[in-house]
Design a binder for this molecule. Sequence first.
Ligand code: ZN
Length: 240
Amino acid sequence: MRIALFGDIHANLEALEAVLADAAEQQVGDYVCMGDIVGYNADPVACLERIRAMNCPTVKGNHDEDASSTHSLDNLNPVAAAALEWTRRQLSDEQRQWLRRLRMVRQVSDFTVVHSTLDQPAHWNYVTNRFDAMSNFSYQFTRVCFHGHTHVPRVYVKNDKVHEVPAESIEIEENSKYFINVGSVGQPRDGDWRACYAIYDLDQKAVVLRRVEYEIEATQRKIRAAGLPEMLAERIAEGR
Ligand code: ZN
């Protein structure tokens, strides 16, 4: 069985559709969403409805939480806050409620999914080094855990110690644990503009990261037409 793991879509419909088309070509049978369906880009409603219709296991991201609440966004950076204010206005009460009810952590098959980390999933910690990963591993009871949040694909392995390994392709071995960031569909930040997601092949015990081109000019046009901050249109082209 092959499962697609994708997240940080951030209301980028063109990137989402490109990833789903690529996954179908790759004979993926199941899908799991790592959260942050909305925020930043201009298609929150279409992305939410597309994923809801897929009825796949989905965990909540911080932007899903912020977009579906009424709390102040003052502590966020101004660009993220402006996009979230706009997103709140696009979503219906019923769509906000669907986002609000997403769970923080899910176990699917023999692996776990979370948007940020398993140690404090509601604190939205960023994992940028092996020490951050160590805190997660203390709470990881499955061999493999997938997550997102930083928009940078990264893989940490725990055996006798915790270390980072190249993210492109990973063999899952018996006596190790894996904490795998699948990158971002709609706003990659690793310098590569292409949409990013992962395929887990349960029979081959292997995870492959895939990059998919999409019609970025269409996404940029929609961001500008919506009156969202110009920086959001520029950053997706630069992958930052
Ligand atoms: Zn995100």
